[in-house]
Write a protein that binds this ligand. Structure first.
Ligand SMILES: Nc1nc2c(ncn2[C@@H]2O[C@H](COP(=O)(O)OP(=O)(O)OP(=O)(O)O)[C@@H](O)[C@H]2O)c(=O)[nH]1
Length: 321
């Protein structure tokens, strides 16, 4: 049965996922992660069916408690009888699927609940891959009817912040005494945060952290006229503050929907994605045309200084048309 499913053509796999088959959905996401022709085929099938879903990004330094919080959020949404999908993105890891999930024991609490779909995605060695694979995976989940999609990214580096910042609502998780762990990218986190969470609020220093954040928001030159990121305190391990956190996410959603900010953000993101698709295709074309006799000759001419790299590139680029 498993082998048969592995070999199913994409349209049938997609239909099986639409009919609720979880392993077909998992397989679709693996193909998306791989990023070859089948991924594009899935993209074409998913796109017209997507659009109703809403993504909530969760990011923060390793160990900030993202998985614990995600698990509590899942519990809350399930108590409201909502279905949910979680994508755990790890840009720095070459591992995928089960490898990371194995560590996410807390999330495993929900592993047998059909209303919850959890999946890890990694770079598979090419960093650019995730920037295209993540929105594609979100659309596939959206298309099969998961309308709440949580995207958790591990880490606070540039790539993680970029991936997290592409959600409809972005939640940045910090801890008491957070300063040092995220020093390198405080500005980046400030820029993407729609909601701040001080998790581990049971530890000392939570009040100072709140004051720090308030001060940073006061000093920030970001446009907070219509929405100033609220700060919510949580204790992920007990679930304290989770309802307030979720209500704040809902408030933010209502704000971006009614103000037109959501439509603007989505248009911007799609434009960026389109640019990225074109850049990747042009990159591939470039590799294709940079072979053969004329390429070898031109390289030699550049080495011999009988021509310069720019003139040589101009000649090769004629082949791109
Ligand atoms: N005291 C306290 N501990 C917490 C709280 N939330 C999470 N923890 C603990 O913090 C540790 C890290 O939590 P995780 O949820 O694994 O953190 P994470 O951010 O997902 O970590 P990575 O996946 O490694 O990035 C675990 O031992 C949790 O039990 C909290 O509110 N208070």
């Amino acid at each position: 049965m498993l082998m048969a499913r592995q070999r199913l053509p994409v349209p049938e796999l997609f239909q099986a996922a639409l009919d609720g088959d979880r392993s077909s959905l998992a397989r679709l996401l693996s193909l998306i992660e791989r990023g070859d022709d089948e991924a594009r085929e899935i993209g074409r099938l998913a796109y017209p069916r997507s659009g109703a879903g809403y993504t909530v990004g969760l990011t923060g330094a390793p160990g900030a408690g993202k998985s614990t919080l995600t698990s509590s959020i899942i519990g809350h949404l399930r108590s409201l009888e909502l279905e949910i999908a979680v994508l755990a993105i790890d840009p720095s890891s070459p591992f995928t699927g089960g490898a990371i999930l194995g560590d996410r024991v807390r999330m495993q609490d929900h592993a047998t609940d059909p209303g919850v779909f959890i999946r890890s995605m990694a770079t598979r060695g090419h960093l650019g891959g995730l920037s295209l694979a993540t929105p594609e995976a979100v659309r596939a989940l959206d298309a099969i009817g998961r309308h709440w999609i949580l995207v958790e990214t591990v880490g606070v580096g540039q790539v993680e912040v970029e991936v997290a910042g592409k959600a409809d609502t972005t939640v940045v998780v910090v801890n008491p005494g957070w300063g040092d762990s995220v020093q390198a990218n405080k500005a980046g986190l400030m820029e993407i945060a729609d909601v701040f969470v001080i998790n581990k609020a049971d530890r000392k220093g939570a009040d100072e952290t709140r004051r720090d954040l308030m001060q940073m928001l006061d000093l920030s030159d970001l446009d907070h006229d219509t929405w100033r990121p609220p700060i919510v305190s949580t204790v992920g391990t007990t679930g304290e503050g989770i309802v307030e956190l979720w209500d704040t996410v809902l408030e933010h959603r209502a704000h971006v929907e009614s103000s037109g900010v959501l439509a603007e953000r989505r248009t911007f993101r799609l434009r960026e994605e389109l640019r990225e698709i074109i850049a990747q295709r042009l990159g591939r074309r470039a590799r294709e045309i940079c072979t053969g006799d004329r390429w070898d000759e031109l390289t030699e001419e550049v080495v011999a200084r009988s021509t310069d790299p720019w003139t040589a590139a101009d000649e090769m680029l004629v082949g791109l048309a």
